[in-house]
Design a protein around this ligand. Structure first.
Ligand SMILES: [Zn+2]
Length: 189
């Protein structure tokens, strides 16, 4: 498993090991191995120990580290909220593939979070930042910045969207229920 610059690879092909190289553009890490996300040409940067891929065709709307995305919370488990990513910020077009993102409890807010259900609930619309591309359709996300987090909270009682009440609380205009959330500073925008 030794690839060199100029080699043509397909999605999933092993390129190197993470002990030796850092996975860069269009690659992902899989149990210590670096694999290609796309069909393309390998580019090895031996000085900085980075392996990246130059895609054969352009994939303009595929997610990368640092991108801000919008989506809807589909599940909130003990330590992890799952989000269906609908689009990337600053682009009009939707994503060509459907991506799912995970927000670990440690990445939900700046401070300590004891209950993830005080941060997100199913149906909430969320703005989040990609921290890691895990596979072809899966990324890790963070909302631990002021402008990231819930931009529309869905009432768990009646499914109406809620109004912001305070920094981390929203109120339902339909049933009057108050609920906690990790609200974005752009709430409702
Ligand atoms: Zn309600």
């Amino acid at each position: 498993m030794k690839t060199k610059s100029g080699d043509f690879v397909l999605p999933g092909d092993a390129l190197g090991v993470t002990e030796e190289f850092v996975p860069a553009d269009w690659t992902y890490e899989d149990e210590g191995k670096i694999r290609s996300l796309v069909a393309g040409t390998v580019s090895v940067d031996n000085k900085n120990k980075r392996i990246s891929i130059i895609p054969k065709t352009s994939y303009p709307s595929v997610l990368k580290n640092g991108m801000v995305v919008f989506g809807q919370i589909s599940e909130v488990r003990g330590q992890r909220a799952l989000m269906k990513i609908e689009r990337a910020k600053d682009t009009d077009r939707g994503l060509t593939t459907s991506f799912s993102g995970g927000i670990h409890i440690s990445q939900a807010d700046k401070g300590y979070v004891s209950k993830l259900t005080d941060e997100f609930r199913i149906g909430d619309l969320v703005e989040a930042k990609v921290t890691k591309v895990i596979g072809l359709d899966n990324v890790d996300l963070t909302t631990a910045e002021n402008e990231l987090g819930v931009i529309k909270a869905m009432c768990t009682n009646c499914r109406h969207f809620m109004k912001q009440l305070s920094k981390n609380e929203a109120i339902c205009p339909n049933c009057g229920r108050k609920e906690k959330r990790k609200l974005s500073s752009n709430y409702g925008g």
